[in-house]
Design a protein around this ligand. Sequence first.
Ligand code: NAD
Ligand code: UGA
Length: 471
Amino acid sequence: MPVQSICCIGAGYVGGPTCAVIAAKCPHITVTVTDSNAARIEQWNSDILPIYEPGLEELVKRCRGVNLFFSTDVKGAVKKADLIFISVNTPTKVKGAAGEVGLAPDLQYVELAARTIAREAKEGLTLVVEKSTVPVRAAATISEMLASANRPGVSFQVLSNPEFLSEGTAIKNLLHPDRVLIGGENQQAISDLADIYAAWVPRERILETSTWSSELSKLVANALLAQRISSINAASELCEMTGANVSEVAKAVGMDSRIGPKFLNPSIGFGGSCFHKDIMSLVYLCKHYHLPENAEYWQDIINMNTHQRVRFCRKIVSSLFNTVSHKKIAVFGFAFKKDTGDTRESSSIVVADYLIGEGAEVFIYDPKVPDRQILTDLKLPQITKEISPGVITPEGIVDKSVHICRDPYDAARGAHAVVVCTEWDEFTTLDYQVIYDSMQKPAFLFDGRMILNHDTLMKIGFRVHCIGKSL
Ligand code: NAD
Ligand code: UGA
């Protein structure tokens, strides 16, 4: 039977955009996106959506109330669904056994979702699809929970269907995916899910594998992507020592078709909710299976990321005559990358936190991150505390030292330094002469994303520091 009704549990960065695209491409399917967070659902039903993604608002407004619905009634939507996406968060464990905290993913939300499905699913067969990123063999645990409800006439097939979208390009990625990956053991169930995607994805891009290969592919894909960034960041430090230019190196190596040009942008380190957590999940798996060399190999990707963040922060302080105490520093960008308002694990948090810790006054501008989010991130950082473990900037200091600005000119006025943390396009077209004229002298500029024209900035008079090139 073709799927006619979909329920998605989890209305986040994955659940919302994915279901909006399915609803737009499959008008014959009713899609209900549910979440236990009532405020989030209210936002999905309002004019101001809870997340910013180019192209998302238009899709939601077109389909909402037609075949796309947002609801807090998880049970009600589960009862009606032929297919249920589990799209809940799977953060790294912060509580539990010593060997698990900071490594293993916390599957409590997946378990809650599975138990709700087990209790509430309609009679007959329901497809349960893991959209969340989970450890290998999670499908077996989910199947066990579903079976334990032991309801006669109710049956399930569990599929793995990991999501590969990137924030900021989610709609583009969902509309034109490199591949859709479906892992499962039951061919009919796989075909039923594949048929949904086939409404807009060419069949040759829909890849079928075993459940375990599908689950592991997601973790390995993220680890390989992060590894490229850590590799180019490692090269960037060597460039600074030797007089090479990392942009030229990235271009030269990326022209080798075996390497390819993407994901070789040097930076102040990768952020985002997934790279760190998914690599730690891989490290945990390796440890679990007694593969210490493997665990160490993946762990080094994170170690290099931490090193890159730390050395960027240290460079700011040492360039500013070894102290930023009572100095005014403008931070351009707080999101973990451009075109999103998401700040989870953003390197900007690390930079701002470090500067505040050194006594600076920080003036932050970001075009999409809400003010309260910036303050929350700095007061109660959810970020992995790598640079100064245990130092969580006290609330009072944040209130005193952090200022949120309406535009970048405002942030830079009277500042000793500008630090570019996020690669927002608008930072490339600012009038840096105006910014320079309004700053204290000597005026420093730290380009943590290699997006500005450094020669022009130096001609204006800035003392410029960047990643992977000595100036
Ligand atoms: P998110 O935190 O934005 O959204 C998850 C939502 O699930 C939250 O709104 C939460 O309230 C809700 N939720 C949790 N438990 C629930 C329950 N039992 N019932 C109802 N609602 C519940 O997370 P996200 O960024 O969308 O990520 C979801 C999963 O997808 C994660 O496993 C993540 O690793 C993976 N993923 C994320 C991205 C991304 O770009 N963010 C990309 C690919 C994969
Ligand atoms: C990443 C993956 O790219 C997605 O395929 C995956 O689905 C997702 O994680 C996930 O599982 O959550 P995302 O974190 O949204 O997507 O964004 P990316 O574009 O991968 O960027 C991650 C971080 O790396 C950002 O901080 C970005 O600025 C940084 N980055 C990226 C670099 O420093 N250099 C690069 O060349 C590319």
